[in-house]
Ligand binder design. Structure first.
Ligand SMILES: [Cu+2]
Length: 414
């Protein structure tokens, strides 16, 4: 005879076991890709030492051999997704605790050279030539020839602006047709990072520089955000002059995977963790803080300009009432003496420079298309910057009104 209690226990145990198996097999299998600033120093070191053991020459060869299929075509996103996934598999074979971090460069878009990425603790501080010092000191690669990983910042010791976070978000938000989105990201935001850092990053040998993988993990995250908005299977093959057929069944050489196989990130078992370093965490010693400022939209202080006699509002308000009333405030009715003051570079979201034509050609990207898109982006940056100026002017007027009200109050008191 079957004891009912026993069978209930058995069912419970079976349930528990299956939950445990599920947790072990599925939940722990998800790879978490964190923003590089969120890695602890020992995690950065684990990534770097696993990275140095990768067959980097083979990876550069793969990237170079597939240059034509993987760039300037709809395959750009799926091919690079498969590529960095393979690279991450290799990393994890070397050290199972390591996953591929991503670098959200859009949060450091205005002063990229001030990013922690360009320090000896991360990927080297050298601005021109072979990386010297740090973990990649004179790091030699052998494909396509024997060379060191080099950098060549486009402004000598500085890097000109990348696409800012706010504009990047708008591109994702406003994109519908897959291949328009692909072009919008590939040519400018993705391209600027390669070209402005320069050196290996500006060539097909970029796949030897660790920054390539962090950059492409972020590019992959950008695509994922587009997919979450438009559905994972949104993939229109390119129309027009492109003669190659690229649909979901296209094989991504040499990975023996089709485009379809990499469309659904959930099936690929990895996830991107949103940057935590932007939040105020309670354990500062646990978190590697960025050395570069987050995109700074701070405007220059306008107080100095409110009163043409040179007094700031604070100075006026700190004056004894008697002095204040005798003070010349004749210039106080205008908010700014010149518009140019507000148009200082500090007030702006920096706009990326036009991308180099030879790089666009190298990547099979349309120069005319890129220039047109740059013009659209430029218009948007101008709008954003004008909004900032308008807002500043409004703040200024508000403060003036506040001041006049206080002055009126003082006069009444007298
Ligand atoms: Cu590439």
């Amino acid at each position: 005879m079957i004891d009912i209690n026993t069978s209930v226990d058995t069912i419970n145990i079976m349930l528990l076991v299956s939950i445990l198996v599920y947790c072990t097999v599925f939940l722990t299998a998800v790879r978490l890709r964190k923003e590089i600033h969120d890695l602890k120093p020992n995690e950065v070191m684990a990534f770097i030492s696993a990275y140095k053991q990768l067959p980097l020459d083979d990876l550069i060869r793969t990237h170079t051999e597939q240059a034509t299929a993987a760039h300037g075509t709809p395959e750009f996103f799926p091919w690079h997704r498969a590529f960095i996934l393979q690279m991450e598999d290799m990393l994890m074979d070397i050290d199972p605790t390591v996953t591929l971090p991503y670098w959200n460069w859009s949060l450091e878009s205005e002063l990229p050279h001030e990013s922690a990425m360009f320090t000896d603790e991360y990927f080297g501080s050298t601005t021109q030539g072979c990386i010297q010092g740090g973990h990649f000191d004179n790091f030699i690669l052998n494909y396509p020839n024997t060379h060191c990983i080099s950098r060549s910042f486009d402004l000598e010791d500085k890097i000109s602006a990348f696409t800012s976070d706010i504009v990047l978000r708008e591109i994702i938000e406003n994109s519908d047709v897959y291949d328009n989105f692909r072009v919008a990201i590939e040519a400018i935001p993705h391209g600027n990072v390669h070209v402005n850092i320069g050196g290996d990053m500006a060539t097909m040998a970029s796949a030897g520089d660790p920054l390539f993988y962090l950059h492409h993990a972020f590019v992959d995250k950008i695509w994922l955000e587009y997919q979450l908005k438009n559905g994972p299977l949104r993939y229109d093959q390119r129309v027009g002059t492109q003669s190659i057929q690229m649909d979901l069944n296209t094989v991504l050489e040499p990975f023996s995977k089709t485009v379809f196989d990499v469309m659904d990130v959930e099936k690929l078992d990895y996830e991107y963790v949103e940057p935590l370093y932007l939040m105020n965490l309670d354990e500062p010693e646990e978190v590697v803080m960025p050395t570069a400022p987050i995109v700074s939209l701070e405007l220059p202080k306008v107080e100095d300009n409110i009163i043409s006699s040179g007094d700031t509002l604070e100075e006026l308000l700190s004056m004894p009432t008697k002095d204040l009333l005798n003070h010349d405030i004749s210039g106080a009715s205008v908010c700014t003496s010149s518009d140019t003051y507000l148009y200082t570079e500090e007030a702006w979201i920096r706009m990326p420079y036009p991308i180099q034509e030879h790089w666009l050609k190298h990547m099979n990207l349309s120069v005319v298309g890129a220039r047109n898109f740059e013009r659209v982006l430029q218009g948007r940056y101008e709008e954003l910057n004008n909004d900032k100026v308008t807002k500043t002017r409004k703040d200024c007027i508000d403060r003036l009104e506040q001041k006049n009200m206080l002055l009126g109050l003082f006069r009444e008191l007298e």
